[in-house]
Design a protein around this ligand. Sequence first.
Ligand code: T4K
Length: 435
Amino acid sequence: MKAKGVVRGLGAAGGANDGLPKRTGARNSEGASMKLVRDVDATSYKVIRSAADLAINGAPPMFAEPIHVGRPNIGNHKRFLQRASDILDSGWLSNNGPIAQEFEQRIAAFLGVRHCVAMCNGTIALEIATRALELKGEVIVPSYTFIATAHALQWQEITPIFADIDPATHNLDPAAVWRMITPRTTGIVGVHLWGRASPVKELEAIASEHNLRLMFDASHGFGCSLDGKLLGGFGECEVFSFHATKFFNTFEGGAVVTNNDTLAEKMRLMRNFGFSGYDNVIYPGTNGKMAEIAAAMGLTNLEDMDDFVATNRHNYQCYRDAIAVVPGLSVLQYDESERNNYQYVVVEVAPYFPVTRDRIVEALHSENVLARKYFWPGCHNMEPYRSYYPHAGLVLPNTNRVAERVVVLPTGSALSADAIRGVASILAVLGLGKA
Ligand code: T4K
């Protein structure tokens, strides 16, 4: 990909040694490239010396084509295509086929849980899990999450009650959860935001004291651990999204994992319309089945997951180092004593940064850097919740503050260290306050 404009990014462009292992593009033992997208050309960035060099002020963009948050991690093409061909030959495409069953077994073994119930996406997986747990009335969730966490409840006429987050972790604040409990509360859905674990022990204590059911939306947390144990085995069940943009994808897909045999069996029936045998329906079910082709993608990606982590970690470290010199911006830390997937590069903008978060995003988009404002403005500021609870924000001060300050930056195998330094150079000039 050729970038327009003058060449070179800020400082160390042109392949300077960044002290990190050089990526030559993720390749596996069969030598096939794992990349779907072309490299962002590492040598072709404009130099940004002042605000006048920014695209938002009329200069050409740094990148000729958009760079994205959520570019898919894709494993070995050859092995995936072989699996796809086998599926076509077999004539078995869905309905708990052999590839989906193998996928479930591999995921359960990897996570160290008894059951993986694979689904067509994370939202349906959340809906089935909450239904199987017989949640009703009110369920406490963070507002600072993707809208699907709340919608999965609302879709079943369960009222999501938004509790505030801890600004240091971006996850539920246990004290706030405790304050939102009413006689109608039946459960808590914690979210491991950005793959960083929720306060599991504290939420377990609250759930047990108030006789509530506890589950987790682990959509961001595949391959991440808490106290050395992979996310997936906490609460009564945990839900993963395997959407294309997630660290680990099956095109579209998701799963509920659990150590509870009865719950797993119930969810297996619910994802297949509630059928128990040919002519007998025993639950209100839906169609939540994972297709064979999705499971084939999952098996392939599972084999290449270590490469995805290495790429993400490298990118994360490049961003962290490059942004460390920009006052007023901080890159969200991952606990290096745990396993992380580093899928999200989350930058927080301090109130004293000279330009607003929205102006930063505007400037980045002009450079073809499609940064995102996840998860602004918070679920409580989206419909139908905004109309239902117009004053919810009063008890969500941290949610409001964090949602106004976060920018999520592109990552993935298409980005070189120089491209990342190029993005950082845009931020650095914005930090000079003349944009
Ligand atoms: N709970 C949580 C906490 C979640 O974050 C999510 C999903 C769910 C539950 C529900 O799980 P699913 O039902 O989705 O399995 C994206 C994803 O659609 C969504 O899955 C994800 N969270 C959320 C955080 O992000 P958008 O609308 O913000 O992303 P979108 O479609 O604009 O894609 C992001 C970027 O990725 C784009 O710039 C383009 C790029 N992209 C996207 C796709 C699909 C690609 O390069 N290739 C692709 O194939 O929601």
